[in-house]
Write a protein that binds this ligand. Structure first.
Ligand code: GTR
Length: 426
């Protein structure tokens, strides 16, 4: 060792055993942002211009979708051929008569021993017909959405978190209602919407176990032990689970299955965009503070970067996405094209001023650069060229909202989502 150090002193090198892992640089300064050119959603990979709605639908949209599947999120398997579910709760007078509550166990594979998820559904009690419904994933179980004692306490694996009352990776009675501030259920049903909730951990627990738990193993080929480089990782699995949630909602007479809006926050906002992109049955998609790998443009490298997210969360994106660590320009797609895949359906991108990690301006620019696709399809795109001030929501069919405050979902955010849905979905 002493000889080695002496050598180092002579030649001025740092041997690897003395070197700490290289820290990942995080930049918030636009002046230090690398120069980049965004891939044009309306130019094919072979350089041909996309000039008609027909060409978008038959050629360019499938091309962009395939690129995101192969390079970013990974390709998910098709829907199971048979949907098996069991409604285990149907309470017409939940929340002191303010809502109907239903709960169903939905199998994720035809195998009765296989994985399943619980769907919690609140509906307006006085609706005269099927209602438009928000379909959402949550971080700590359906029982955290409201203090309603009728909600089944999840038995799935949970991250330990004192504030959420979880212990030894399980929910406890103390977990009930611990996320209720994010879910103004009474307000939602009062405005005539349904709210459907699923715990994302029912689909795939959110930690890296090389895809041994959750839904992935049920789709491996003979001898396969983990997804191939272009096959689904966790975000794609959660999005696939949302589609299974929609399969179930299609069977629910009180829900207008043609008006299901997929909404999600943060990693689940990345997921709601990907669900809206991959499943055109969703009538609209809303992302809240979705950031890197969601609505924020990767090429800006502001706040969370591709390298950082792939390092912290190696299970969220497919293996191929690692190629773009510090190498964003080589990726054939950027996140404005994810938003463009929702077109011509309504999409709302939501940011928060202090949520710099998610790069609010990058989220705005993704909406802006998706807008030409809406124009081409003959529907209203983003109604502004410049980033709006906080609390000046732009609720065009492709919309953008930034509000004061930090990373999270507020009851007041839901008023914006519903204002948007009133105009474009209801
Ligand atoms: C952060 C992650 C973000 C975002 C967030 C969340 O740690 O860096 O990309 O997804 O988690 O989901 O709460």
């Amino acid at each position: 060792m002493r000889i080695a150090l002496a050598l180092v002193a002579i030649v001025g090198l740092t041997p690897s055993f003395l070197m700490a892992a290289e820290p990942i640089q995080i930049n918030y300064d636009e002046a230090k942002m690398p120069k980049f050119t965004l891939p044009d959603p309306l130019v094919m990979e072979d350089g041909a211009k996309v000039t008609s709605a027909e060409q978008w639908k038959t050629d360019r949209r499938p091309e962009i979708l395939r690129l995101f599947e192969e390079q970013v999120y990974g390709k998910a398997p098709p829907a199971p051929t048979k949907l098996v579910f069991e409604v285990f709760d149907d309470e017409p007078k939940a929340l002191d008569g303010k809502a109907i509550r239903k709960q169903a166990k939905v199998q994720l594979t035809p195998d009765p021993e296989g994985p399943w998820m619980d769907v919690l559904l609140y509906l307006p009690p006085d609706a005269t017909g099927p209602v438009p419904t928000f379909l959402t994933l949550n971080f700590y179980g359906n029982h955290t959405v409201h203090t309603d004692p009728g909600i089944k306490l999840s038995e799935s694996w949970m991250r330990n978190n004192n504030e959420k009352g979880t212990k030894d990776h399980e929910a406890t009675e103390a977990s009930r209602g611990t996320s209720a501030s994010r879910w103004p259920v009474e307000d939602i049903v009062k405005r005539g919407y349904g709210l459907a909730c699923i715990y994302y951990g029912d689909i795939d627990p959110d930690f890296h176990d090389k895809f041994q738990n959750g839904v992935h193993p049920y789709f491996y080929e003979e001898g396969q032990t983990q997804p191939k480089p272009d096959q689904w990782a966790s975000i794609a699995a959660w999005a696939w689970g949302l589609s299974r949630g929609l399969d179930y909602l299609e069977q629910e007479a009180k829900v207008d299955a043609g008006k299901v809006i997929v909404m999600g926050h943060s990693r689940l906002g990345k997921t709601s965009l990907w669900a809206g992109a991959t499943d055109e049955r969703f009538a609209a998609a809303i992302s809240n503070n979705s950031g890197c790998g969601g609505a924020a443009l990767s090429r800006r490298r502001i706040g969370e970067s591709v390298r950082r997210i792939n390092t912290s969360f190696p299970h969220w994106f497919c293996e191929n996405f690692n190629q773009y660590n510090d190498n964003e320009d080589e990726c054939p797609v950027d996140q404005h094209q994810l938003v463009s895949l929702i077109a011509p359906r309504p999409a709302l991108v939501c940011s928060a001023v202090d949520d710099k990690w998610a790069d609010p301006k990058g989220e705005f620019l993704a909406a802006k650069h998706a807008s030409p696709v809406y124009d081409l399809l003959g529907v209203e795109g983003l109604k502004t060229d410049t980033m709006p001030e906080p609390d000046e929501p732009v609720l065009s069919r492709l919309g953008y909202v930034i509000r004061p405050g930090g990373h999270g979902v507020l009851a007041s955010d839901w008023q914006r989502y519903m204002d948007f849905a009133d105009q474009h979905v209801k």
